[in-house]
Design a protein around this ligand. Structure first.
Ligand SMILES: [Ca+2]
Ligand SMILES: [Ca+2]
Ligand SMILES: [Ca+2]
Length: 468
């Protein structure tokens, strides 16, 4: 934590800090609960430029996956779901998993979901908002985009996101089981290392505004001409491969760098980065590699395959403050809280820890798990203690249109990492002006008024929607 600015120390020395200044001395961040009572929430997103709402993905309620809306003006969870999808399969890692709004949602009303159907396949489908109500989708608008068979119930991937290039990215998971081995896994190499007739263990890149398969009603997408395996051996849909179960990915909204967290098996969890401008086709090593080591189990580990990219950060399994058991990838924060800007936030689902770091910008060929700066453990710090509820079993992060970052917990809560006023952020204010404010506040205080308190609270209230 930074030392309080000289100006702030002066305020404190004058004995005029009050609770407001005391809080400001600590941070410009507060975690606020915005919704509770959801059914296994695991994602938050919003259409571009829609700063009024967030859309929360509920994995399932029974065998129904749902998308819920929170109206941000009042942090109100709407009673009617935006969309319900049924039947979804009901394994621990199954259900409704992903949601992405088309970049032109405001004009075409299209959005995309990923879920595991009751038959176990991972399905990507397009829906449209209803004609009459912006808070309700049209369930009859369902159109298949892609379906991928999943041999086991775990490792379904299911993250969806549009890149800055306007294409839809889809994480698929390695198909499940253990060691990417056994029934439904390519003998000898597993699914993630198999790039021929095998979409498992990948992140795919699709052009959802076209259809290269007009005779096939189950495949409704085009292949971007720049995909890495177009014209050469390898499935044309593949963007990157060698992934076990990418659990949450994101594009840095400022730089376009692509971050994804790959959940490990028994030993390591990892954070991967693909710098913006990459031509795609990178191999991230699974099943040979778990984090930066040879996969220790199942007899499947080995040296890195040629050209494979190691993570920028990996951590060991265990209960220590820098350890965990299942990574939840997050976002490079670009919201209103200055102290977090440029920091990649992520978490461990099992150990309920929250961390952040800054990728050091080094070349992927040099990635070795140490390619980061300024690691911070936010777990249990005052600013990450929510005003209500508990940050446990962190299932995902999410972003609203204004760049505020949200946290979902599988137990049913949604939190916002909010910007709150801090005195250090008043740096441009001259000492003279501040002195005048202090004098005025002091007079009000002497008069038995609580105006400084009230003003402080009002400012915090205003900032909750990220308008700061
Ligand atoms: Ca088609
Ligand atoms: Ca090809
Ligand atoms: Ca890897």
């Amino acid at each position: 934590m930074k030392r309080p600015a000289r100006r702030l120390r002066l305020v404190l020395a004058l004995g005029f800090g009050c609770a407001c200044a005391g809080a400001a001395a600590a941070t410009d961040v507060a975690v606020e609960r915005v919704a509770t009572g959801l059914s296994r929430p695991l994602y938050v997103t919003a259409p571009a430029s829609d700063t009024e709402r967030i859309f929360v993905v509920e994995q399932r309620n029974g065998s129904t996956g749902r998308i819920r809306i929170v109206a941000l003006a009042t942090d109100t969870l709407l009673g009617t779901p935006f969309l319900s999808i049924s039947p979804v399969s009901t394994g621990n890692e199954q259900g409704l998993l992903g949601l992405a709004f088309h970049p032109d949602y405001a004009s075409n009303g299209y959005f995309f979901v990923a879920y595991t159907h009751a038959d176990g396949t991972l399905r990507v489908e397009r829906y449209a908002v209803s004609a009459g109500d912006p808070n309700v989708a049209d369930p009859a608008s369902a159109t298949a985009v892609l379906s991928i068979a999943q041999p086991q119930a775990n490792h379904n991937g299911g993250w969806l996101g549009f890149g800055p290039d306007g294409y839809l990215y889809v994480s698929s998971g390695d198909g499940g089981g253990g060691d990417d081995n056994g029934a439904g896994h390519t003998p000898g190499i597993g699914n993630a290392q198999d790039i021929t007739d095998n979409l498992l263990g990948k992140i795919l890149r699709l052009d959802v505004d076209g259809d290269d398969f007009p005779a096939d009603p189950t495949r409704n997408y085009a292949i971007p001409a720049g995909n890495p395996f177009v014209g050469v051996t390898g499935d044309d849909e593949i963007w990157v491969y060698g992934l076990r179960n990418t659990w949450r990915a994101s594009f840095d909204r400022e730089t376009g760098d692509f971050y994804f967290a790959d959940v490990g098996q028994n030993n390591r969890e990892e954070i991967d980065v693909q710098p913006t401008g990459s031509a795609g086709g990178e191999n991230y090593g699974w099943r040979l590699r778990e984090g930066t080591i040879a996969t220790p189990s199942g007899g499947v580990g080995g040296p890195p395959p040629p050209g494979a990219i190691d993570p920028i950060y990996d951590y060991e399994h265990g209960g220590g403050p820098l350890q965990g058991n299942s990574v939840t990838g997050g976002y490079v924060y670009r919201g209103p809280a200055i102290s977090l800007r440029g920091r990649y936030l992520f978490a461990d689902f099992v150990n309920s820890r929250i961390w952040s770091l800054v990728w050091d910008g080094s070349d992927p060929s040099a990635f070795d798990g140490t390619n980061f700066l300024d690691f911070i453990d936010h777990t249990g710090t005052p600013e990450f203690m929510p005003d209500a509820g508990i940050l446990t079993n962190i299932s995902s992060f999410g972003e609203d249109a204004a760049g505020n970052v949200y946290i979902t917990t599988l137990g049913g809560e949604v939190f916002r990492i909010a910007a709150v006023p801090s005195l250090p952020s008043l740096a441009p204010v001259s000492l003279a002006a501040l002195g005048l404010l202090l004098l005025l506040g002091g007079l009000l205080w002497m008069g038995g008024r609580t105006a400084p308190f009230a003003r402080c609270r009002a400012s915090i209230g205003l900032d909750r929607t990220g308008a700061a």
